[in-house]
Design a protein around this ligand. Sequence first.
Ligand code: AMP
Length: 194
Amino acid sequence: MSDLKSVCVYCGSSPGKRTGYAEMAKKLGQQMAEEGIELVFGGGDVGIMGTVANAVIDHGGRVTGIIPQFLRSVEVPSERIDELIITETMHERKALMYERSDAFVALPGGIGTLEEIVEMISWAQLNQHCKPIVLVNLNDYWKPFTGLLDHVIDEGFARADIRRVWREVDNVQDVLPTIRDWLTEGEKATVPKF
Ligand code: AMP
């Protein structure tokens, strides 16, 4: 059995242009709640990040939101969140999101989402963690991003084995099984040490 208690979901503070994004966010939130997995997220009741959180709450799950003080009036948190942590800075927010989570999932999102997921990939590359990272590819959303990573590898600026640091799924229902498989595989899924 894998020891999966909490998952950090990075995703857009916008709704995106297609209805499929919100539906995917709802499905993931529902699955997390049904499997008793806590959601750790950026705290705001906006975009598809708010959709995931509301779906977790609607299905009886637990949600922790982590938001910097200056964003509270922009990405206003819902009062339904179980635990709301207010940080001074974005750096503190991201560090806490990292510490509180057993795995990371990227749904479609914007610059903030990109920054967060790249940071987790970068830290994994540097052996600072071996927590699972899963990109959800609805509408091939992350293909240009993983194409860029391929380019970085092809041009000799990253090792090919960093591809082991993340996994991609096309369907949101595959997210939690993929994380569980990864955690039970243990060392095999980590990047070789320098
Ligand atoms: P976005 O993907 O840009 O819609 O943002 C998604 C979430 O990431 C929001 O909660 C943003 O506040 C957050 N965010 C925005 N910029 C950054 C950043 N540089 N580092 C970490 N999170 C960010």
